[in-house]
Design a protein around this ligand. Structure first.
Ligand code: AQP
Length: 326
């Protein structure tokens, strides 16, 4: 069975983009892959976090993984900082990557833009992400489109190390959804939907109430030509709504657009509201039960043990290849 690894940062407000781009794939892949899903708390501290809130957000994300359908009997669910191999391999890979390639990362440019002083962790974030993936001899990495460049860097680093020290890493492939790989902000469909955006109506969080879902979608930015067609470049707002609908319904964006020919944006929005509310309702119900249960921390402890057993094998190989330790 091929091995899958992916993660989400416990930075709050897990949104429709995270779900449709990544989490939905997590669930699908469980059927016929060996899956390892991480809550990447060490990535979260690349920007300042309140320690108490971070603790809660870790449990929130773990509960959401399970609420959307990640099954701890089938998949490993664990917290990154409970497996020390992530940080150790991260350092080894830092010594095998170049500042030039890290400064070129668009996410680094976006997050550091305009600031006088930028934390080193923001720059080395993709190297730690490469370590997360390579630590588990991962074949497949299900992520949103925004992570394409980071996956490419991970592959480059793996190939570079393999060139120097034969057969050290498995070179992984990214896996991206057809619909949902890049969900855009509802208030500005030229930007990706993001947890950290200030306007709450820019995103739908997975735990949003029905009323909030309705408000955010009904006020979503569209355009003034009134035609419903899929054209992300010229009609990013309408195309984003079609994309969201398609990701929930499984119907192609073209078929949905054809079905709405001659109708108004309000009609489309109403159906997107209903599809979103219907899809999120069971997730919210599951979440409420799981988040309160004692089982959650036990799942994470068991996941950490299982993840650590795999990670230690890789680290033994890496230490030997690089001549580390005695
Ligand atoms: N808008 C998106 N559309 C599709 N997929 C997305 N992902 C994120 N945004 C979208 C995917 O969700 C997974 C987890 O993301 P993350 O929590 O690790 O970090 P992120 O990409 O930094 O998420 P945000 O929401 O944009 O957070 P902030 O605002 O803090 O930067 C990843 O697979 C990602 O591709």
């Amino acid at each position: 069975m091929k091995r899958v690894f992916s993660g989400v940062q416990p930075t709050g407000n897990i949104h429709l983009g995270n779900y449709l781009g990544a989490l939905k794939q997590f669930v699908e892949l469980q059927k016929d892959h060996e899956c390892i899903y991480c809550i990447v708390d060490e990535h979260a501290i690349t920007v300042p976090q309140d320690p108490k809130e971070l603790q809660q957000h870790i449990l929130d994300v773990a509960a959401l993984y399970m609420a959307v359908g990640v099954d701890p009997k089938k998949s490993i669910i664990f917290v990154q900082s409970s497996v020390s191999g992530h940080a150790e391999l991260g350092w080894v890979l830092c010594c095998n990557s170049y500042t030039g390639e890290l400064f070129r990362m668009t996410q680094f440019k976006a997050k550091s833009g305009g600031k006088e002083s930028v934390g080193t962790g923001l720059l080395t974030y993709p190297v730690l992400m490469a370590a997360d993936i390579l630590l588990y001899d991962t074949d497949v990495v299900p992520v949103g489109n925004d992570q394409k460049q980071h996956i490419e860097l991970c592959r480059d680093i793996a190939i570079r190390v393999n060139h120097k020290y034969k057969d050290t890493f498995v070179v992984p492939d990214g896996r991206f959804m057809k619909s949902g790989a890049r969900i855009m902000a509802l208030d500005d469909p030229t930007q990706k939907m993001s947890k950290s955006a200030i306007n709450v109506h820019s995103r739908i969080s997975l735990l949003d109430e029905d009323n909030k879902i309705k408000k955010s979608i009904m006020r979503a930015t569209t355009d003034s030509d009134g035609e419903i067609r899929f054209d992300p470049e010229n009609k990013p707002g309408v195309s984003n709504l079609l994309n969201i609908y398609s990701a929930f319904s499984g119907e192609s964006v073209e078929d949905i657009a054809a079905r709405f020919a001659g109708k108004g944006y309000g009609d489309l929005k109403k159906e997107v509201v209903a599809a979103t509310q219907d899809a999120l309702r069971p997730i919210k119900d599951n979440y409420a039960q799981i988040r309160e249960s004692d089982e959650l921390k036990a799942v994470l402890r068991d996941g950490a043990d299982r993840a650590n057993a795999i990670a230690e094998k890789t680290m033994k190989r890496v230490r030997e290849k690089f001549g580390l330790g005695i």
